[in-house]
Ligand binder design. Structure first.
Ligand SMILES: Nc1nc2c(c(=O)[nH]1)N[C@H]1C(S)=C(S)[C@@H](COP(=O)(O)OP(=O)(O)OC[C@H]3O[C@@H](n4cnc5c(=O)[nH]c(N)nc54)[C@H](O)[C@@H]3O)O[C@H]1N2
Ligand SMILES: Nc1nc2c(c(=O)[nH]1)N[C@H]1C(S)=C(S)[C@@H](COP(=O)(O)OP(=O)(O)OC[C@H]3O[C@@H](n4cnc5c(=O)[nH]c(N)nc54)[C@H](O)[C@@H]3O)O[C@H]1N2
Ligand code: SF4
Ligand SMILES: [Mo]
Length: 696
């Protein structure tokens, strides 16, 4: 056996970028351990990091290009695969027009810088306006808030949790997820530190989550009413006294419009909407405003709901009017080594938003992408612009998009579908052609996206550790070769590492961060805490910060008319949950991660369970307007009365995932409804879905 070698690299599964020490012998992993000296993660990892080796050796992994013949797949060569793909894509476009080929990009792309750098080339080569991604089942409300208030979708306020005195978490469970739009590995420890220095952490969630337990203070809220709560806090603060805008005061527009807008959101009216007592709302607002440094962070629970954009706007506004925006311990703007915002600057470019609306149901398009909620109807509905072919790259919408089985049915009617993926799963099994992807340890690691969202500026680079199987190309190369086949180009662009090498000197730390430097260092580097910088970075056409964008004010009547959609036929509100040992829909084939009891259960409050005669562990049928699933009940006081929770990512029915299919699990997205969206952003409104429960 070869001598053990060591590589320092960050994990790319979730947004936390934990620092790992990977010991290997050149062909196999010997161990994966946390790096105690990583400047961001400081020794934190979760069990998924150790599973990085499983994804590589997964016996069900796709490792050869696969072409469908009849109902089965046959291995073909890369050359045949590229030719076939280009031929079929162009054939569909020749008959039905450029937009007849759609593209869906999944979440893992954001974690692979080669894909991030090269996917635009492929999309341009295909030449379609029909683009979709998981962003509209996730965080597009954050981008829409940033676009309208600050002028750029990626100019993203990040909670400076390592220096705050008051952290208000609305609809996030970072102790499990390790944070999102807030890269903060070891969240529990970071929260403990806030409390240890005399600060406070408050969680607002219809489930008493692992984060709520550790925070010490938690309030149940009726799902989808968070915008009421936040606007009411602003109401209380602005009635008590003038807004404190701090150093941003000369740049802020719309304070009067905001003051007028929050007027109806009295604590009493808000108590009725949210289920949180008026006195609690007043106290929360006053304590937040009085804290030396405070930050409101609203995430998935507050984004993937009918008022997602209003929530993100309101959270920003609360931080702004309490002088906690672009200020230490508040919401701050990162200065990563690779300046994503700078690279895609919109300064001086006036644009209209939304950029377009979808053909069938008129949903908004932001960042060049239509809402994934519209994917099925765009495939099913005839007419000019109808989708007839689909290219997926690292995406699994059948399990991850609302009403996923409708998408699945629609996929069977396509003229052509191809996927770049590591698995034959419920989505990719409908493809005519599957190209094998590469897994983390086979790719160089630089995080192009999540440093932009990190609570501290750090940087690191690690080269690929192992070669992909069978001499396969790395994923960026597959993407660019396919693009070249489509355009007839006889060469492909520079390797991502080369591009990175050119971009780093242009970034915020170009004087000290170069690719060669990072390579020879071999370990991540600290670039310091977040710094105030927004005054120079606003990207709005007039260079000002818009506290009360018209589009958001116009949506307030809808919020004020908010009605409870639960009724006697569907008396419960369904929400989702995340779990430490699974990541979205694709890690469930690692035996080390799926072992143990079936975690795909519906959590129900004890009183509700007693009323319905449900017993712990027994199967129950959960029904929505869209579909129905049967799964075991887990009775727990962690659930608010009237609210039930099912974890996301499970429910693979077909495909070739042996470990994942050993226990029958269900997909929450067999229940979710693609007609429920946040109309401002088009984001899927997963949360608060009305459902009924019946014992089997
Ligand atoms: N109801 C409900 N639905 C949700 C959510 C929820 O909370 N509740 N969460 C939403 C969120 S936040 C997200 S981000 C989306 C995710 O939605 P998606 O991005 O559609 O799904 P993923 O589960 O991330 O799966 C990605 C696909 O990539 C493949 N894959 C994994 N690694 C690689 C790789 O390295 N290369 C390639 N080529 N392929 C790879 C997997 O096999 C899988 O097919 O789901 C959303 N859906
Ligand atoms: N272990 C693990 N980690 C992950 C992932 C994973 O699948 N597994 N996925 C990664 C991805 S892609 C993302 S985007 C992030 C997401 O990270 P988070 O934003 O932390 O997402 P969730 O854990 O889904 O937490 C959402 C919370 O909102 C609550 N909630 C639901 N509806 C409402 C509501 O109407 N109002 C309020 N206030 N709360 C509500 C839920 O109970 C839940 O606690 O996690 C990332 N990290
Ligand atoms: S929390 Fe787990 S999955 Fe996420 S980056 Fe850290 S080790 Fe990887
Ligand atoms: Mo996500």
């Amino acid at each position: 056996m070869a001598e053990p070698m060591v590589q320092y690299r960050s994990c790319n599964i979730c947004e936390a970028m934990c620092g790992l020490i990977v010991t290997h012998d050149g062909s196999d992993v010997l161990s994966i351990r946390p790096d105690p000296d990583d400047p961001l993660s400081r020794g934190h990892i979760c069990p998924k990091a150790v599973a990085l080796q499983d994804f590589r050796t997964d016996p069900d992994r796709v490792t050869k290009p696969l072409l469908k013949r009849g109902t089965d797949f046959e291995e073909i060569s890369w050359d045949e695969a590229y030719d076939h793909a280009a031929e079929r894509i162009r054939a569909v476009q020749a008959t039905h027009g450029q937009d007849a080929v759609a593209v869906y990009l999944g979440n893992p792309n954001a974690h692979k810088f080669g894909n991030m750098l090269n996917l635009p080339t492929l999309i341009k080569a295909i030449g379609t306006g029909n683009r979709f991604s998981s962003a509209t089942a996730d965080q597009i409300p954050h981008h829409v808030a940033s676009i309208h208030m600050l002028g750029h979708p990626m100019l993203m306020p990040i909670p400076d949790i390592d220096r705050t005195d008051f952290l208000l978490i609305i609809g996030g469970n970072p102790v499990i997820s390790n944070g999102s739009m807030m890269t903060a590995p070891g969240y529990g420890r970071r929260m403990d530190a806030i409390r240890a220095r005399g600060g406070r952490v408050v969680v607002i969630d219809p489930r008493r989550t692992e984060t709520a337990e550790r925070a010490g203070e938690h309030h149940f809220i009726r799902p989808e009413t968070d915008a009421w709560l936040i606007l009411s806090m602003i109401h209380v603060i602005l009635v008590d006294g003038p807004a404190r805008l701090g150093h941003l005061a000369p740049l802020v527009d719309g304070l009067q419009a905001l003051t007028d807008a929050v007027e109806p959101f009295t604590p009493e009216a808000t108590a009725a909407a949210t289920g949180i007592e008026a006195e609690t709302i007043r106290r929360l607002a006053r304590d937040f405003a009085a804290a030396p440094r405070a930050v409101c962070y609203a995430r998935m629970g507050a984004s993937t709901q009918s008022f997602g954009t209003l929530c993100q706007w309101a959270a920003n506004a609360l931080n702004i009017v309490t002088a906690n925006f672009d200020a230490e311990g508040g919401a701050m703007f990162t200065t990563p080594a690779l300046d994503y915002v700078g690279l895609t600057s919109r300064k001086g470019k006036a644009r209209t938003y939304p950029e377009r609306r979808s053909r069938v149901s008129g949903q908004p398009l932001y960042n060049g992408e239509f809402p994934v909620s519209t994917l099925a109807e765009e495939i099913e509905t005839p007419g000019s612009g109808q989708i007839r072919a689909l290219v997926t790259v690292a995406g699994n919408p059948v399990l991850t998009a609302p009403n996923g089985r409708r998408i699945e049915r629609a996929l069977t009617g396509l003229d052509f579908m191809m996927s770049l993926d590591i698995h034959v799963n419920d989505t990719t099994r409908h493809a005519d052609l599957i190209l094998p992807g590469t897994v983390a340890l086979e790719e160089p690691m630089y995080d192009m996206v999540f440093h932009t969202f990190a609570v501290r500026n750090t940087v690191g680079f690690a080269p690929a550790l192992f070669a992909p199987p069978h001499g396969n190309p790395s994923e960026w190369e597959v993407i660019t070769r396919l693009a070249a086949r489509l355009t007839g180009a006889n060469h492909i662009g520079p390797a991502p590492e080369q591009v990175l090498g050119m971009l780093l000197p242009e970034g915020f730390h170009g004087d000290k961060v170069t690719l060669d430097g990072l390579r020879s260092r071999g370990r991540p580097m600290d670039l310091g805490p977040l710094v105030a910088n927004l005054s120079d970075r606003l990207e709005t056409p007039d260079g000002r910060l818009n506290l009360a964008p018209g589009a958001f004010l116009d949506d307030l009547p809808r919020l004020l008319a908010l009605a409870d959609h639960r009724d006697t036929s569907r008396p419960f509100a369904l929400i989702g949950r995340r779990q430490v040992r699974s990541h979205n829909s694709w890690t469930q084939n690692s035996p080390r991660l799926v072992k143990g009891r079936n975690r795909c259960t519906v959590e129900v409050n004890p009183e509700d369970a007693a009323r319905l005669g449900l017993s712990d562990g027994a199967d129950v049928v959960v029904t929505s307007a869209t579909g129905s699933v049967t799964l075991p009940v887990e009775i727990t006081p962690a659930m608010a009365p009237g609210v039930v929770s099912i974890p996301q990512g499970w429910g693979q029915k077909n495909g070739r995932l042996s470990a994942a299919t050993q226990t029958a699990t269900v997909s929450i997205n067999d229940l979710t409804d693609d007609s429920r969206t946040d109309p401002l952003s088009g984001n899927a409104a997963f949360n608060g879905l009305p459902v009924a429960l019946h014992p089997v």
